[in-house]
Every structure is written in structure tokens, then in C-alpha cells.
Design a protein around this ligand. Sequence first.
Ligand code: GN1
Ligand code: MG
Length: 371
Amino acid sequence: MREIRSDREVLEEISHKFQIYGELLHAEVCKIGHINETYIAAYYQAGTRVRYIHQRINTDVFKNPDHVMENVMRVTKHIRDTLRKKQIKEVTRRTLTLVPTRDGLPYYRDCYDNCWRTYFLIEDTRTYDVVKNERQAYQAGKAFGEFQNYLINLKGNRLYDTIPNFHNTPLRLETLYKAIEEDKFNRAAGVKREINFIKKHEAIAPILIRGLKDGSIPERITHNDTKFNNVMMDVKTDEAMCVIDLDTVMPGTVLYDFGDMVRTTTSSTTEDELNLSKVKARTSMFQSLAKGYVENAGSFLTPKEKSLLTFAGKLITYTIAIRFLTDYLSGDVYFRVHRPFHNLDRCRTQLKLVESLERKEDEFQKFVDLL
Ligand code: GN1
Ligand code: MG
């Protein structure tokens, strides 16, 4: 039987495995994120207090941690080198820095087969679940636009697909339909409205994947999880400092990235808001986001990519709704939940946002066309 150990015991053990030589003072769980387990740990080292992030990689989701870590190492090194070349200051606050194990490896596998990695914690930054003002929205667009821009000239082999078919909406739909058919937890009868809405929108599902396959949408290196809370913001200036959560950085289309920015940056509420009447896409946030993104990614965007930016917001929101609903029907096995019906609540919020984005689609795209 697996022994139950406290967080403190686990962290005491793993902390000695990395190239950190101080004493562990304090550690706490970071509740942001639905997949990996993240801890913030403070150490007393060489006469001062320093903080690190320890993260247990969810290997049910990321089945090949070697691939994930190789991608992360290549991407962070490339960004670090690029920032240095450009003589940009505070490089270690502007990209993640991995702390290797004492054996020089990118992650540590413990005796339970848990995979752990460590990053510097970026001090004087924080994340937000909901965008507060237009400056933040602009900064989010800029941060991910720059991120993609820096990676345009990453040399060498194609990055690994850490989760194959991650944004393949038709495949996500198929998985949903299978879950409805199986209905293992007798939950399908309660979600007829959601299923109908999803079915009615089926036609949008293949549009981006088709473009990627026929080459009309270029494959690029993309982040693939561009939630607003994956941008560390400077606490004093509200400048976007660093893009985090690099496990899904892999080949894809910038449209999914921009789409997920639209989903999380324009939304007036958190992802799991219960009061659906509050959920809408905010026009001023969209405009600031699009401006920040196009100004910084602009030089490589093709006209076709640009013409689909608004549509991508609707499509990715629809896709995430499908994924939340599938997980609800499957017994909440993928996304971490904190209350009953959590995944269903998340799905409903996303679908409400799809409706709102749909209403504003033409208006939003007109704005993008003028940028
Ligand atoms: C997951 O782990 P987190 O919370 O950053 C998910 C994303 C979803 C997001 C929805 C690997 O991201 O795809 O958009 O939840 N990540 C994975 O909030 O599935
Ligand atoms: Mg993530």
C-alpha cells in the first residue's frame, strides 16, 4: 500500500534532489492550474531567503515527461539567448529558469514514479484569473505575441507533440459523443441543453484543423495554453514579465493561442462563474488584446491567420466547453475539481461565452482588420 505522506515530508525529500543547497523554510500549495501539482517553497540559502517552484508533472496527461522537458529546455534556452542578444534586462524574470537535479537532469523521478521539476520563482509578479483593465489585456497579447515571435527561428528538430491532437476539435467532439453514449455516471440526461448547443455548432469544429492539414494555415511553434493566468504580471507596473506553463509548447497554429487569449482575457468572469448572466466577452478587452498581439506578432501573421483571429476565440472556447463536458460525463477524471458539478459549471460558462463571442464576432473582426 502506498504510504500517505504530508506535503512537507514530500518536499523535504525532493528538495535535496535539486541543485538547491539551502534549508527548506516553508512550502505551500499553489492552487492555480487544473493539471499539475505546484508548490511554492522558500529556502534559507547562502544567508538569504530564496524561493523556488516545485512541480509534480501529471504523467497521466503528459505521458512522456522526457519529451516535455526537452521541449521546455530548448524553448527557455532559446528565449533566454534571444533576450540576452537584444540586451533586454532581467532575463531571469522574463523567462522560466529550470533548476536541474544534482545529477544534472531536468527532472527527478521519485520512488513512487512521480516526476518533479524545479524552477526559480519569479519574485514581485503575480497572476490574475480575470483581466482587470485594458492595460492588462494589451500586455497579455504582447506577451504571447512576443513569445511566438521569439520562437519563429528556433533551430533544430521539430518540437515533440507533448499531447497529440490537443486542439483537434473534431476528435474532442468524437470523445464527447462516446462519453454521452456510455454515460457511465448517468449524467447525460441532465445536460441535454448543453449537448444540443454543441451539436448545433458542429460545423465550426473542423475549420482550423483542416487549414493546418491542407497547409493554408502555417504550422508554427505555439504555447497552446495561453490562459491569462499563465502570464506573470509585475506587481508594481502591471507589465507582463513572463509566460509560464510551457508543457504544451509544441507545433500548432497561432490561432489556437490567440483563441485561448480571447477566451480568458475578454471574459468578464472566472472560468467557473455560476451566475451566467454575468458572463460576456468584453469589447474593450478584446480590442486591447488584439492590439497587443498584432503589434508584437504582426510581422509574421499571414492574411489568412489574421482573418481568423476572432473566429479562433469562438472555436477554442467551444472546444474547451466540449472538454469540460466530456470530463463531467466521465466522472471528473482529467481536470481537478473543487466542488460537485464543477466541470459542468465550467462548461456552461464557456458556452455562454461562445454565445457572446458569436454575437460580437463581426464587430471584433472588423477591428482586427483595421490593425
Ligand atoms: C488546463 O493546467 P491548466 O489549468 O493550465 C488544460 C488547458 C485548458 C485549461 C482550462 C494540459 O490548463 O488545455 O484550457 O485547463 N491543460 C491541459 O482552464 O489539458
Ligand atoms: Mg496548463
